[in-house]
Design a protein around this ligand. Structure first.
Ligand code: GDD
Length: 308
């Protein structure tokens, strides 16, 4: 495999790079800014010709299109930018691939946020669950999933759309729930703040969490074994209440911690319950998550402790 990872310097990119290299792949990446590393190229995803020139230079067999805006809360204050970066950015990649003379498989990264509010009575969302996104981010990724189908059916582009549910690990930025919680608990544990109060958003929602190291293993397997034009969920199938996640982080510290719900951290609308069904992926590849959530949470917490 000769892989090209767009947005290689984001949260998932370095983990995917590591996984692919361990599997013997040659890995190249793109970032928005210039890089001193010779395998990493600066790329403007608004420029289709630039993307095509890069494909002709690298000649990848697989493109993992990770680049995009991923923060659900922030998508409410950046609606146009979210739609443009995620949707038009993907169209530009697919357009370049359409013009590219060699065969390349594209893996687009969507999200469980595409499903949004699911109908009463459905507990786990499979790939056929109707899309009903409740955030601009979810809408952008739902549009990506549909556009990939157009390019596949219309132009025969070899594309697989992946819908990961929440993925977590060391290195994820603040602004995502496990980083926000672990950072604040670690600050208190290391006595780097005057108050033992932590601020949080909605604790009542349920999400399906998978360690990022398991997620990238699934991306690699889908690149090799996925069927062209198909959509695959990647998830654990387990619902975790956000409040429970917070209590686990608090249990890692010996301090007394008080909790303050900050209305600023709530979203204009949000999905109450998102749990996935990844039977399609498991039956095809044998993939199952291997890292228990408590280990992921410990690693994330320890990473913040080490950083502070
Ligand atoms: N970020 C954050 N910070 N979320 C909080 C907080 C907080 O202090 N307190 C409670 N929450 C709640 C959110 O309201 C949401 O219900 C849940 O924790 C998870 O929030 P995020 O970590 O921001 O993730 P998300 O579910 O909105 O989206 C993530 O998962 C998607 C896949 O399902 C992102 O990683 C997306 O990029 C990804 O596609």
């Amino acid at each position: 495999m000769r892989a090209l990872i767009t947005g290689i310097n984001g949260f998932v990119g370095p983990y995917l790079q590591h996984q692919l290299k361990a599997e013997g792949a040659e890995v190249y990446g793109t970032t928005r800014r210039q890089s001193s590393c010779k395998e990493i190229y600066q790329l403007n995803l608004k420029n289709q010709d630039h993307i095509l020139r890069l494909l002709n230079k690298i000649k990848p067999t697989h493109i993992f299109h990770l680049a995009g805006l991923s923060n659900v809360k922030e998508s409410w204050s950046n609606i146009s930018e979210t739609l443009e970066t995620n949707t038009i950015g993907t169209i530009n990649v697919l357009e370049a691939v359409k013009k590219y003379k060699n065969h390349v498989r594209v893996l687009t990264i969507g999200s469980s946020e595409e499903y949004g509010k699911i109908s009463d009575g459905i507990y786990k969302t499979g790939e056929k669950t109707p899309l009903n996104p409740l955030s601009p981010y979810g809408t952008s990724k739902a549009a990506v999933s549909m556009i990939t189908q157009n390019y596949h059916k219309g132009y025969g582009v070899d594309v697989i759309h992946i819908r990961p549910f929440n993925h977590i690990g060391a290195g994820q930025k603040k602004g995502f729930v496990t980083a926000d919680f672990a950072y604040q608990v670690a600050m208190i544990a290391k006595e780097q703040t005057d108050s033992n109060k932590i601020t949080v958003g909605n604790l009542a929602s349920f999400r399906d969490f998978t360690d990022v190291r398991d997620i990238v293993r699934a991306y690699h397997l889908l690149a090799l074994k996925g069927f062209s034009g198909e959509i695959y969920n990647v998830c654990s199938g387990m619902a975790v209440k956000i409040e429970e996640l917070l209590n686990t982080f608090i249990s890692f510290s010996s301090k007394e911690i008080t909790i303050n719900v900050d209305p600023e951290k709530l979203r204009p609308s949000e999905v109450p319950h998102l749990v996935g069904d990844c039977t399609k992926l498991t039956e095809l590849t044998g993939w199952e998550p291997a890292i228990p959530i408590v280990n992921s949470l410990q690693d994330i917490y320890q990473d913040w402790i080490d950083q502070l």
